[in-house]
Design a protein. Structure first.
Lengths: 304, 267
């Protein structure tokens, strides 16, 4: 075998191993989710019907296809519980993303303006919480926000409130939890964009007599836009399907779609309805996800 | 960016970092609380840590979690590095768009969808659920993080070094092992650690794909946390945070700045 041929076989192997892995463990599972969303729940193992039986040949396949229908979709769309869940998830995720921008921007801006020698340390401080457990960080807030927790103790102790207030088990606690957990994802892309900013542009603006607020608004802010969009998508998309935060910090009336899917699957044991919820969630998120991917691919090209 | 911090910059940095770190600090402090009640400080005590060693289910879960994380991070690092090399080095091959889509999508895909779809796959192919199904699931979502980390390192890589090795007659595999790999090593190591901690931390995907005898630490913590805040959980959490922090700091000292830069890549 020539060297050329062995090199090209080697290349094919390098691509194929991860490619086939993702096809089998990422793409094929979605097709199965879609198939089960068209099936019916039954009391059996597996708990859905029909099950494709290839040994029956063409007739088996025809029978299988005939038994699939969109009944579950009609059910989910017709039930206000599910529709409410989608709307509330989108609302909570959008509001949290807005707060994340308002909190994340000043932090990223401060980091980018700090002396160069501090920056690795500041970056490390932003990343560290992201490496420590997500579950544990959400749990930390349960103790702080509880009725007898630290926030209420401080508020009542200083006389700001006469009675402790219910903070845990509300939608505000969920927003707080999302903002807290996702803050590194907002700060990092923003910082990356601000760090690349060409100083001479700001100097030029100042030389031409622009007041600082004006050069911020006309130069810094537009140039930070790619980071802002990347950070927002990176927070918004997973926040819509979040399960842990609404489950631990939310109340019984906090309907978020990730939690609804979990309940359908683990409590109601309805695999087909859980699959329908997943399909709808994907449809809702497909546009922001494609946006995110294009942005990532473009920023990688720019890095070359 | 002009140098010099204004009062506004300093305030936002101080408040920002206080927001990030105070809740963790409070959690750690209360793990040393002698009182079982969350609201009352009953004096300093390490008894909750001592109690952990008696908690066999918790220790078992920790052992399962470490094994899953080690195996899945190692496989994910190999697959993720191969994926990164394909995307950066092989130009436009057929199916590249789908491939890069499958790399980026799991980074933001809600975990409930990943968990549910993988479980349905394992049921469809009739695989016994347990240690291996969780590990396979973790490889799948963490390899994408590894791919992104390694990819951004490869993009900034000086290709003339590889070309020089090839011109001198080194076959591609040898070139990769002796030239490319040593240079991208900090990114590969950062990718492994990221995969390891993501696996350690995962609750949702593990809950869907696990089976009898393979309860992970986050699942164990979650089932106790639902019943309320307890000092034992604070103690487990503190150990967890301490271990991860030490590893990350040690790695960043060993590999200097490049490591910090590589760690921030996924975002």
């Amino acid at each position: 075998m020539s060297n050329e041929a062995s090199a090209s076989r080697g290349r094919a192997l390098v691509v194929l191993v991860p490619y086939l892995w993702l096809l089998f463990f990422f793409l094929v599972p979605f097709l199965i989710v879609f198939k089960i969303s068209l099936s019916d729940d039954v009391l059996a193992q597996p708990p859905y019907a029909p099950v494709l039986d290839l040994s029956a040949g063409w007739d088996g396949i025809r029978e299988f296809v005939a038994a699939l229908d969109f009944e579950n979709y009609a059910f989910v769309l017709g039930d206000s519980l599910y529709v409410q869940s989608y709307l509330q998830s989108l609302g909570i995720a959008a509001f949290s993303t807005l707060i994340l921008i308002l909190i994340g921007f000043p932090i990223a801006y401060g980091m980018a303006r700090s002396p160069r020698s501090w920056r690795p340390l500041l970056l490390m401080l932003v990343i560290l919480p992201f490496w420590t457990s997500f579950l544990i960080r959400v749990y930390a807030w349960m103790g702080i926000l509880a009725r007898e927790g630290l926030v209420n103790q401080v508020l009542v102790g200083t006389g700001i409130l006469s009675q402790p207030v219910e903070i845990l088990a509300t939608n505000s606690a969920v927003v707080l939890g999302i903002v807290y957990s996702y803050l590194p994802f907002m700060v990092l892309p923003l910082y990356a964009a601000l760090d690349r900013l060409d100083e001479s542009l700001l100097e030029a603006a100042a030389d031409l007599g622009a007041p600082p607020w004006k050069s911020f608004w006309l130069i810094t802010f537009p140039l930070a836009m790619p980071g802002l969009i990347a950070g927002s998508l990176l927070c918004f998309i997973p926040a819509v399907g979040e399960f842990v935060i609404p489950d631990l910090l939310g109340g019984s009336d906090t309907l978020m779609i990730g939690r609804t899917l979990w309940t359908e699957f683990f409590s109601n044991r309805s695999w087909s309805i859980a699959s329908v919820i997943a399909v709808f969630l994907l449809i809702v998120l497909v546009v922001p996800m494609v946006l995110y991917q294009n942005l990532q691919a473009r920023s990688l090209e720019a890095g070359k | 960016m002009r140098k010099g911090l204004s009062l506004f910059n300093v305030t936002s940095l101080v408040l920002g970092f206080a927001f990030l770190y105070l809740p963790i600090l409070i959690l750690v402090i209360y793990s040393f609380n002698d009182s079982r009640l969350v609201a009352v400080w009953g004096g300093f005590s390490t008894r909750w840590y001592a109690a952990l060693w008696q908690n066999q289910p918790l220790l078992d879960a920790a052992w399962v979690t470490l094994r899953v994380a080690f195996v899945s991070a190692t496989v994910a690092t190999v697959l993720g590095t191969l994926a990164a090399v394909s995307l950066v080095r092989f130009g436009r091959f057929r199916g590249r768009t789908l491939f890069s889509g499958m790399i980026y999508a799991p980074l933001v895909m809600p975990e409930v969808i990943l968990g549910l779809s993988l479980l349905l796959l394992f049921v469809a192919v009739d695989l016994d659920r347990g240690f291996w199904t969780v590990t396979l699931a973790h490889v799948t979502f963490t390899m994408c993080f590894v791919a992104v980390v390694v990819q951004s390192r490869l993009v900034t890589f000086d290709r003339s070094l590889e070309e020089a090795a090839m011109d001198l007659g080194a076959p591609p595999l040898r070139t990769f092992l002796t030239v490319t790999l040593p240079i991208i090593f900090p990114a590969v190591a950062a990718g492994w650690m990221l995969a390891f901690t993501l696996s350690l931390d995962d609750l949702v995907i593990a809950s869907f794909t696990t089976g009898p005898g393979a309860t992970t630490l986050p699942m164990r913590i979650y089932s106790q946390v639902r019943l309320g805040v307890t000092p034992e959980i604070n103690a487990v959490s503190t150990i967890f945070i301490a271990v991860v922090t030490l590893i990350v700091i040690a790695a960043s000292f060993a590999m200097k700045r490049q490591f910090v830069a590589d760690c921030t890549r996924p975002a």
